[in-house]
Design a protein around this ligand. Structure first.
Ligand code: NAP
Length: 753
């Protein structure tokens, strides 16, 4: 059994005939539709049909579904290069018994049946006494397309357009035959996948067969209940949508269930258990269980809808190329509040899940990454309501209450999430696996895995120390003292989170100050974290108490607008309620050192974190040597600070920033390449860059899927002389979902394709 799906490229140009004669046995909905599509797309020179009922055959001919009718099965099969069985799955035995000796040498036999295991058995049974040279080459197939109609009258040549067809080639497959059958479907507009027979039957039992069973059963139950007319009269659209498939062909479906009984029973038993649990929850007034099921289901369904409509979300997020087209010039004016802080959004979900009680969060960043973190905790059994306009309610399960997730946890594009999760999961009683998107899968994870192993964790990383990370449960962690070789808030946070589950004290000494959101938020959840100079420490074995969190606006998102206003003559912009954590304000310190004008007002403290409004006005900037102690405090802001440096007079030098090379992209090199593309030369050094103030031209920039690079060049357009096109911008949604809208609101001339 293979779970890997091989996707064949689709249509290879309409018109060229790729097979001489195709015979379709069973001219019903699927057989008729395939015949008509093959004919209309010019795929076969001759499409011959056979049906038990001569009148169906006549109709097929008169409707242009087939070229020729065959009056007997033998007549249909003996001249065909490809024979397609399009009869109900339980009729296959019978049909094959009649024609097994009639195939011409080298002919291909394929089918369209909804169950593959029984087709393969039927083939083995039929041909076991036929000499090898007289056996056809068998390629089982199943189009994932159809309708509740049946018969040749319903034949529709576009039925398979943009639908999937699954082929389940046998072990003695002939690649040429598989390729040919695949081409037939591809030329009818389908996308062809390959998978193993058993896997196909399991997947279809869950996604197609069980839903049909439930729909038939529900309609039957309700129709038998009291005055059924009354029920159908008042049943709203939901009932109609949900039970549409109960109008499918009863004979075909009873065939399918009997033919795929093993896989269907497996998933049906699972469903019956879950349904019984829901019944108990209703009987016991247990709203938490109901909410848990419904919120998880809603999230999964929303995800599914997004996949269907081709929108970004987790696994699909990198598949589309979003392009920013930037007109040169523009202004920066007004008052805005940027998206909630990403670091705090992640941590609020993590700590809220581990707390005792219900945590309410406001200002949560509804970006792809924080949503992936949220979904991961749902997968570990935490009930989470929302997000709804930034509001999230987390029903904490307590420090030891997480459950084993059903599969690997997918963390999208977020390095922060993966490194923090590693610490937190190292102390659980169950095994986990962490995966991410293509860009996250290239980032180094040994920097957290190695010290965690010193604490007693068992962790495997992928090739070159990259994701996926496999984390063993039930490891007794010991507290330890760790001198971090690099200044990294993620490593520090990871070890402190592992420390929650470790015996004794865990302490981390940082070589330079890094973000301290984890420490502050742990304190906010009533878990004592000690700070002594560069050392943060905690003692394992405590618990967290639920709290309220108002996530401030993200200073890293505000950074794009701070630079935008600083470089644009006439600019005057206020950013509201920005998080002013002292470990994050490097951007303000550096811009001020370059001569920028940033005023701080309305200062307050919310949930242990300082916040303030920032007002920025244009002031000519000058180049500086960026103090190395500011580097960790502005680590995410350098791409846009490079743009400030280009707009400043003189030379700006950055050193001590090798960390930038292992972010979502190599931010030093990718920025240097992007700047070159718009006519700005820089000098790249191993740990930084030298930039001399110069004019920005137009050009095409590749962001390498790095959201901060994309937004930085959007800001650069304010001082550019020509249009800048920025490729690969889909990941902007990971940290700043409404960037485009806010950019337009202040006067940046952005359009998104
Ligand atoms: P259909 O419209 O009812 O057509 C069935 C065809 O099979 C008819 O031509 C019928 O002949 C013939 N047939 C029935 N029993 C037979 C027997 N014992 N011997 C010879 N021929 C027989 O059904 P369909 O929807 O096309 O389904 C055909 C196949 O496609 C099934 O295996 C099904 O699992 C698969 N499939 C269906 C869908 C869907 O949504 N409908 C989707 C994917 C795959 P008569 O004209 O004499 O009745």
């Amino acid at each position: 059994m293979s779970n890997s799906n091989i996707e064949h490229s689709s249509a290879e140009g309409v018109g060229a005939v790729i097979v001489d004669t195709v015979a379709i046995i069973g001219l019903g909905l699927i057989g008729g539709s395939f015949a008509k599509a093959l004919k209309e797309n010019g795929v076969a020179r001759r499409v011959v049909g056979f049906d038990r009922r001569p009148e169906e055959l006549k109709l097929g001919l008169s409707l242009g579904v087939i070229d020729e009718e065959a009056h007997t099965l033998k007549q249909a099969v003996e001249g065909a290069d490809v024979v397609v069985l399009a009869v109900p799955v339980r009729a296959v035995d019978d049909v094959l018994a009649k024609v097994k000796a009639d195939f011409k040498a080298g002919a291909i036999l394929t089918d369209v049946g909804s169950v593959k295991g029984c087709f393969v058995k039927a083939v083995e049974h039929a041909f076991n006494d036929v000499a090898n040279e007289h056996r056809p080459i068998v390629v089982p197939g199943h189009p994932i397309a159809g309708s509740e109609k049946s018969g040749v009258e319903a034949a529709n040549s576009t039925l398979f357009l943009n639908h999937k067809v699954i082929l389940t080639p046998l072990s003695d497959r002939t690649p040429e035959a598989v390729a040919l059958v695949s081409s037939l479907w591809a030329r009818c507009g389908a996308t062809v996948l390959e998978m193993g027979v058993a896997h196909h039957d399991d997947v279809l039992a869950a996604t197609s067969h069980l839903p049909h069973l439930i729909a038939f059963s529900l309609v039957d139950t309700l129709a038998g209940e009291g005055d059924s007319k009354e029920i159908f009269k008042y049943a709203a659209g939901g009932f109609r949508d949900f039970t549409r498939i109960a109008a499918s062909d009863p004979v075909m479906w009873s065939d399918i269930f009997l033919s795929n009984s093993e896989s269907t029973l497996k998933v049906l038993d699972h469903f019956a258990d879950d349904l019984a649990a829901l019944r108990d929850a209703i009987a016991n007034q247990d709203s938490k269980t109901l909410l848990g099921v419904f919120t998880r289901a809603k999230a999964a369904r929303d995800h599914f809808s997004k996949i269907l409509s081709g929108q970004a979300y987790t696994t699909t997020m990198n598949t589309k190329n979003v392009i920013f087209k930037m007109k040169p010039g523009g202004e920066v004016k007004g008052t805005i509040r940027v998206a909630g802080d990403k670091s705090m959004s992640h941590r609020s979900i993590m700590l809220g899940s581990l707390a005792d009680g219900v945590t309410e969060v406001e200002g949560f960043l509804e970006g792809e990454d924080s949503l992936a973190t949220l979904q991961a905790f749902r997968d570990m059994g935490v009930v989470i309501e929302g997000p709804d306009e930034g509001r999230v309610k987390i029903y904490g399960v307590g420090i030891n209450g997480l459950k084993q997730p059903p599969g690997p946890l997918y963390l999208g594009n977020s390095g922060t999430a993966m490194r923090l999760f590693a610490g937190l999961l190292a102390g659980q009683t169950f095994d986990t696996e962490l995966t991410g998107d293509e860009s996250l899968s290239k980032r180094p994870m040994e920097r957290v895995a190695a010290p965690l192993r010193e604490m007693g964790a068992i962790i495997e990383t992928g090739e070159k120390g990259r994701p996926p990370m496999k984390i063993k449960g039930n490891c007794a962690l010991k507290g330890m003292h760790y001198d971090m070789p690099m200044a990294s808030a993620q490593v520090k946070s990871c070890l402190l989170l592992a420390g929650l589950y470790a015996d004794g004290e865990t302490s981390v000494i940082e070589p330079a100050p890094t973000r301290d959101h984890t420490e502050r938020m742990l304190n906010g959840f009533g878990y004592p974290v000690k700070r002594e100079g560069a050392k943060a420490s905690l003692v394992g074995g405590g618990s967290l108490i639920a709290t309220k969190i108002d996530v401030p606006a993200d200073i890293s998102s505000a950074a794009f607008f701070l630079v935008a206003a600083s470089i644009t003559p006439g600019a005057h912009l206020t950013l509201k309620h920005v998080g002013m954590n002292p470990t994050r304000v490097g951007i303000i310190n550096i811009l001020r050192a370059m001569g920028g004008s940033i005023e701080v007002s309305n200062e307050s403290v919310v949930g242990g974190e300082p916040v303030a409004d920032l007002t920025v006005s244009y002031r000519p900037l000058k180049g500086i040597n960026i103090p190395e102690d500011q580097v960790p405090l502005a680590i995410d802001e350098f791409p846009v600070l490079f743009i400030a440096a280009v707009c400043a007079e003189g030379k700006t030098v950055l050193t001590g920033a090798e960390e930038l090379r292992v972010k979502e992209s190599d931010r030093i090199q990718v920025m240097a390449d992007g700047l070159k593309a718009v006519g700005v030369d820089t000098v790249v050094t191993p740990d930084g860059i030298e930039i001399i103030g110069s004019e920005i031209g137009g050009g095409v920039v590749d962001s390498h899927g790095d959201h901060r690079i994309a937004m930085s060049f959007a800001v650069a357009s304010l001082r550019a002389k020509g249009e800048i096109t920025i490729n690969d911008c889909a990941n902007v949604a990971t940290s700043f979902p409404n960037f485009e809208a806010l950019a337009k609101q202040v006067g940046i001339q952005i359009s998104v394709e």
